[in-house]
Design a binder for this molecule. Structure first.
Ligand SMILES: [Cu+2]
Length: 252
């Protein structure tokens, strides 16, 4: 038995090292908004914490699959009962990991966002721009109440935002639950019929869908047949360009 355990531990360590190398790659989208780096840090931390658990299961199950398989002519062996401390230790380790991430970064991260006076949580806002978002099967509509313009989400339309401005999205749905998500901003909020939800974002980099697909508004809640087509381009531009776009939209 000791030989098998040594083998499994070796495979576990090798898989974990390989996984850790993959996790150090630059696989996350462009940093498009304030707090993006914090969210990336949290994502990387969770990935690193989950990696040894994943590789442990892979090593154990994969090794057992080959080492303890039933060979031709072999009868099934007697049932092998684990010692009591094994499941208890497994439960203790995985439960502690889960509880740890609920507290940090779960609770602590949320507290930091909610304490932001611009209303990243659900409080009042000091936003520079308000955009009303409506999700429907299967697209998005955007209204800029202060600018008096509406972007009907038909083909070719886009969500245009000024860089370095705090934008407050007021999100609704006309039919089912959708989820308003812009990968470059790392933010996501449910669009719920009959209720307004809020998302505050401050874009920190200009960019467009044409150059980088992380600049897109995408539904992230399976909502029916054309859910995957609920995508609209996002374009983050300089303040002057935004004003020009507003005038152009008004003239239409
Ligand atoms: Cu949807």
């Amino acid at each position: 038995m000791a030989r098998h355990i040594v083998n499994i531990v070796v495979i576990w360590v090798v898989l974990t090292v390989l996984g850790a190398l993959v996790l150090t790659l630059d696989y996350l989208p462009v940093i498009g908004a304030e707090y993006s780096e914090e969210f990336d840090g949290i994502f990387r931390l969770l990935a690193f914490m989950g990696l040894p658990v994943l590789t442990f299961v892979f090593a154990w199950v994969g090794y057992s699959f080959f080492a303890f398989r039933q060979r031709t002519g072999e009868s099934e062996g007697p049932a092998w009962w684990g010692r009591n401390w094994v499941p208890i230790a497994w439960l203790a380790v995985t439960a502690s990991l889960a509880i740890t991430v609920m507290i940090y970064p779960g609770l602590t991260g949320l507290a930091k966002l909610q304490a932001d006076p611009r209303g990243y949580g659900w409080g009042e806002t000091g936003a520079d721009l308000v955009v009303k978002v409506t999700g429907f099967r299967w697209s998005w509509a955007f209204e800029y109440p202060e600018q008096g313009i509406t972007v009907n989400a038909v083909q070719g339309r886009e969500l245009v935002l000024p860089v370095d401005a705090t934008v407050r999205f007021e999100v609704n749905s006309t039919d089912v639950v959708h989820s308003f998500w812009i990968p470059a901003f790392r933010m996501k909020i449910d669009a719920i019929p009959g209720r307004t939800t809020y998302m505050v974002v401050k874009p920190v980099a200009t960019g467009s869908y044409a150059e980088d697909q992380a600049f897109r508004a995408q539904c992230a809640e399976l909502c029916g047949l054309d859910h995957s087509k609920m995508v609209l381009p996002v374009r983050v531009v300089e303040r002057e360009e935004f004003e020009a776009w507003v005038q152009q939209m008004k003239a239409q």
